[in-house]
Design a protein around this ligand. Sequence first.
Ligand SMILES: [Zn+2]
Length: 120
Amino acid sequence: MTVSFLATPLADAVAMQQRATAGDAEARAYFNGLFTRDDDCFTCAGPVGSHITIQTIADPRHKGQAILTPVCGACAALPALELRRRALKMAKAMWPRFGVWQAHNVPRGKPKAGRPRRVG
Ligand SMILES: [Zn+2]
């Protein structure tokens, strides 16, 4: 199994995603060129085939970075919550300290008693 993903600044990924969703041809071409039909789906490890959906995940190791992953048509058709659950399972397997979806918001080390800390 080969897990394919690309790292990019989170703000850029979100902006490109919004442009692609709005129908911007340049943004759609960008996403269409990221992965090939031979890449493995990030959530089920099967081949993504011709229907590739791009999933954006906040990088648990680098604040402000995103990971773009290919998702096959079958996984993309799953309910959004189930797709997130499966992607989280994969992310936890790849990065054991991955705790919650927005992992860069998790304070490092043991929580301290007393005043609450701002985490985001
Ligand atoms: Zn899949």
